[in-house]
Design a protein around this ligand. Structure first.
Ligand code: PMP
Length: 381
């Protein structure tokens, strides 16, 4: 966010920055969804709703689990929230007592440890390795379990690695006997692989998802959690007290996304995939290390340690001197230090231009060889 704010400042002063730090789709929200939202406003859908969301939306979300994964979810287990972030906050608050521990991967989405510490819970990190496909090692996790360990936080497809955990890995995690808190917000954005829900393997899970990424609806603020039955009452009570309800008209837009959004999602996924392959090729060509080819979300975590072990200052220099925004790996945990996260939620042209600038910057710093100078007959411009 700091990089983004500084990029905005530069833009106000007339510098055109290429944004490869963004964590939100560059596509507009699908038309049918916008129409449904506007129609809901016209119909006066501007009131409080049940705290856990409108019944038709909860039913559509339950039906989504049947359709996508062949998993039976009761609409009663669905709590609709103003985004995945509140769903995560409510779930952790319902599950954890101060002093409880949660095991989470390193690297991980930057906000997870902050949620835990805010609730007085303790994050314990287990390492992920690019060369192992960022799989979660169940034995390693088991060795870190103690009497206060309540849950494992799962995120697949993952931010910042783009890694997708295969079914066997999720099945092994389910066997640990801990609760799984599964952030499935990047489901739907995968390239040639399937991302199973943890509900295919266990009921002892809080499954978080939302409309932000799959349906390009970040600013609408709509998400949900599927929770075990014994937690539904505390979730409902907290939702009532803290938020009263998610926005009324937004829920009708969400219903349209679930019912009519898939063709548009398929188009977006095809375009993300083109960009993913292009970005991957260019990063490697320039000399970044990318050991794992991401299969989901819209990020590539690239190793920049041959140039700098301080990702924050490298990101700042790329912004100030090359006018390209990237996210410093250190935001995602100690194991991503020295890495940069590139987002491909930007047009192919912008990605190409951003990488051209980075390559030229590295050449100016003498960190890369100069391009061959052109021979006789080529223009000096
Ligand atoms: N989880 C992950 C892994 C994310 O990357 C994000 C958004 N960057 C969120 C949750 C929050 O999403 P939402 O907009 O639904 O609150």
């Amino acid at each position: 966010m700091e990089v983004l704010e500084r990029a905005d400042e530069l833009a106000r002063n007339g510098t055109e920055v290429i944004h490869l730090e963004v964590g939100e789709p560059d596509f507009p929200t699908p038309k049918a969804v916008v129409e449904a939202g506007m129609e809901a406003l016209r119909r006066g859908r501007t009131k409080y709703t049940p705290s856990v969301g409108h019944a038709p939306l909860r039913e559509a979300i339950a039906a989504f689990y049947q359709r996508e994964y062949g998993v039976e979810v009761s609409p009663e287990q669905v709590v609709v929230t103003a985004g995945t972030s509140p769903a995560l906050l409510l779930s952790l608050a319902a599950l954890l007592e101060p002093g409880d521990e949660v095991l989470l991967p390193n690297p991980h989405y930057a906000c997870y440890p902050n949620f835990l510490r805010f609730l007085g819970a303790v994050p314990r990190f287990f390492p992920l390795e690019a060369r192992e496909g960022y799989l979660y090692d169940p034995q390693r996790i088991a060795s870190q379990m103690g009497p206060r360990t309540k849950a494992v936080l799962v995120n697949s497809p993952a931010n910042p690695t783009g890694a997708v955990l295969p079914p066997e890995n999720l099945a092994a995690l389910a066997e640990l006997g801990l609760f799984l808190i599964s952030d499935e917000i990047y489901h739907g954005l995968t390239y040639g692989v399937r991302s199973p829900t943890v509900l295919e393997f266990t009921d002892r899970a809080f499954v978080l998802n939302g409309f932000s990424k799959r349906y390009a609806m970040t600013g609408w603020r709509l998400g949900w959690v599927i929770a075990p039955r014994e937690f539904l009452r505390p979730l409902r009570i907290m939702a009532q007290n803290f938020f009263i309800s998610p926005a009324d008209f937004v829920q009708w837009a969400g219903l349209a996304a679930l019912q009519q959004g898939e063709p548009e999602v398929a188009r977006m996924v095809a375009e993300y995939d083109r960009r993913r392959r292009f970005l991957l090729g260019r990063l490697r060509e320039i000399g970044f290390g990318v050991e794992y080819e991401p299969q989901g979300a819209f990020y590539i975590l690239a190793d920049a340690r041959r140039w700098s072990r301080d990702s924050l200052s490298l990101a700042h220099r790329l912004l100030e001197e090359a006018h390209v925004g990237v996210t410093p790996g250190v935001d995602f945990g100690s194991r991503a230090e020295g890495f940069l996260r590139f987002s491909y939620a930007n047009s192919l042209e912008n990605i190409a231009e951003g990488l051209r600038r980075i390559e030229a910057w590295l050449q100016r710093q003498s960190l890369l060889p100069e391009p061959p100078s052109c021979g006789a007959g080529c223009s000096s411009s």
